[in-house]
Design a protein around this ligand. Sequence first.
Ligand code: DQA
Length: 147
Amino acid sequence: RRVYVLNGPNLSRLGTREPDVYGSQSFAELTALCEKTGRELGLSVEVRQTDDEAELVRWLHEAADGGIPVVLNPAAFTHYSYALRDAIAQRTAPLIEVHLSNPAAREEFRHTSVVAGVATGTIAGFGMRSYTLALRALADLLDDTPA
Ligand code: DQA
């Protein structure tokens, strides 16, 4: 089954971007990790990144139209993009919000997620493991055996 891993602004700069906060691994390494985890779970994972809100909204429409489950790191859009929230609200398949860092432990403006209320759930604070945990959660949700 096809799954999207969508990433918002500045995440292409992982590895060089504030490594004390986001770690030293690159976006290419994150992509490889998600693809490998997907293979282990029997999911065909497609990883994308954009700095452009409009493009991210279009990808979410695509996911909604195709019933494609999503792991989403909205990055800074998390905190203020109602356009993203409204796009996410149109989906029917599960969508898991992820963050590398734990926004609740950081600056005040990061404590608000306008996306969380329309996501299936949120995984934050585990570095790149936030993504692998989210993919595992998706695989679990999709293979609808009771918990
Ligand atoms: C982030 C947290 C956001 O607050 C920040 O704007 C990001 C990355 C994370 O993965 O920890 O760009 O989403």
